[in-house]
Design a protein around this ligand. Structure first.
Ligand code: GLY
Ligand code: MN
Ligand code: MN
Length: 445
């Protein structure tokens, strides 16, 4: 990503802060987290911090000042020859200022003395209110340090705003650089799903397919999976948050894989469901075609000017009709399509929503309701070009009295990532095989 992009984003935040009367924004990156003993979790920066800085190191905080003039200030670790021998390169304040284009940079060790000076006489603070006990405590300490100077004529900020309100709106609409990365993250994940399909056969275990996914992610430069990969065979597919385990793939069962990679801080999120043997059985195919048709209906309802929920409503109508047609729902008890939707009886087989925003976080930030409307019950968000969302209908059939046994334990989800465009939407995960014919062809080799 171009350094000028981060600078442009900082300028945009400063302008929005100024529109609210100006002040000081404080945006720390994520802490390092230990896993056990001396082993830490792989480090992942905070998405807000990185969105505005591009700075990859832990122990860093960005401060933006909309005051007499705009300033972007980074607090980061000092250079340290000893630690750099053990842990690797550190930019240090001088290097960070130079390389990342901040107006100033200081040692993170000096933040408690510097910040009260930067906050003095500022009308307001902008930070992620209540997001972390540590940050709340730090802000309290800095505020009290400013208040201690009142007799010297200094005033302390008297208002606090959640800086995420500004940042969430910005992050919701992706620019061309972000979309280019997201297309590549989608391509890598699509290839990983195709690879898992080609490798699947009876006798393997779920973790074997997970290994194929990870192999494809990493060999293409993805830094991490975007979330814990779901590889669920047989009845496990009906457990929505199942993770890849050690269940054996059995002839006649399906495998549901929900996996995406993170590339350069951006997530992809794909689900495919396919038969272990390479051929769908009759009942599997019947339900699969319903989910696929539901997804197609949702894709057609996704475009500029449409509401966020139009895709869900379109998918739901197809799914619920399918439940009635197949006898999953008993017409005599469940009633008409409108009844099923109104009374929620479809939730026995479809209990999640059809999509979410996608970006730096897999469940990305951004209000789902329109914040510009000042009604108590704000309408769902209207889609505009550059928004990215998943489209992921499914059907999950747990054994239950009255449910046709042919469908028991079948769990199917089909998930793609869509960029809203001027004319509709672009499915950036389209390279992952999806129709029955495509999947069966790929699995035949
Ligand atoms: N993998 C998380 C989701 O599909 O929302
Ligand atoms: Mn998803
Ligand atoms: Mn997913």
């Amino acid at each position: 990503m171009n350094m000028s992009t981060f600078a442009r984003r900082r300028a945009a935040v400063l302008e929005k802060m100024r529109a609210q009367g100006g002040g000081v924004a404080i945006i720390p990156t994520a802490p390092e987290v230990m896993r056990n003993a001396d082993a830490d979790y792989p480090y992942r920066h905070d998405s807000y911090f990185y969105y505005l800085s591009g700075f990859p190191e832990p122990e860093a905080t960005l401060v933006l000042i909309a005051g007499e003039r705009d300033q972007s200030i980074l607090f980061c670790r000092e250079k340290n020859e000893e630690r750099e021998i053990w842990d690797g390169y550190r930019y240090g304040p001088a290097g960070a200022k130079e390389q990342f284009g901040f107006d100033a940079a200081f040692s993170i060790g000096n933040i408690d003395s510097e910040l009260p000076m930067l906050m003095a006489n500022a009308p307001a603070l902008f930070y992620a209110l209540g997001s972390s006990a540590r940050l709340d405590a730090q802000v309290q300490g800095w505020l009290n340090a400013v208040r201690a100077q009142v007799r010297a004529g200094v005033t302390a900020p008297s208002a606090a705003y959640d800086v995420r309100t500004i940042l969430n709106e910005m992050r919701l609409v992706k620019d061309d650089e972000e979309l280019a990365i997201m297309r590549r993250a989608a391509d890598i994940a699509a290839d990983a799903h195709a690879r898992a399909m080609r490798c699947a056969r009876p006798g393997l275990r779920e973790y074997h397919l997970e290994a194929e996914l990870l192999h494809e992610f990493r060999r293409n430069g993805s830094q991490f999976p975007a979330y814990g990969s779901i590889v669920a065979t047989g009845a496990n597919a009906c457990v929505l948050h199942y993770r890849a385990g050690d269940a054996e793939l059995r002839d006649g069962d399906l495998v549901l894989i929900d996996a995406g990679c993170e590339l350069d801080s951006y997530a992809s999120d794909i689900t495919r469901t396919f038969p272990v043997s390479g051929r769908f059985s009759g009942p599997q195919k019947t339900l699969y075609e319903i989910v696929l048709a539901a997804q197609q209906a949702a894709i057609e309802a996704t475009g500029p000017g449409r509401r966020f929920t139009d895709g869900h409503d379109a998918a739901l109508a197809v799914l619920a009709q399918g439940m009635l047609d197949t006898g999953l729902l008993d017409r005599d008890k469940a009633g008409t399509l409108d009844d099923v939707i109104a009374n929620g009886s479809y939730r026995q087989f479809y209990m999640h929503r059809t999509g979410h925003w996608l970006g730096m976080d897999v469940h990305d930030v951004g209000d789902y309701r329109d914040p510009a409307v000042s009604a108590t019950e704000k309408p769902w968000r209207t889609l505009v070009p550059g928004m990215v969302l998943t489209i992921e209908p499914g059907i999950y059939v747990r054994p239950a009295p009255g449910v046709p046994e042919d469908f028991w334990n079948i769990g199917i989800r089909i998930e793609d990532d869509a960029v809203v465009t001027a004319g509709g939407c672009e499915i950036i995960t389209r390279n992952a095989p999806k129709t029955v014919a495509e999947i069966e062809a790929v699995m035949r080799g």
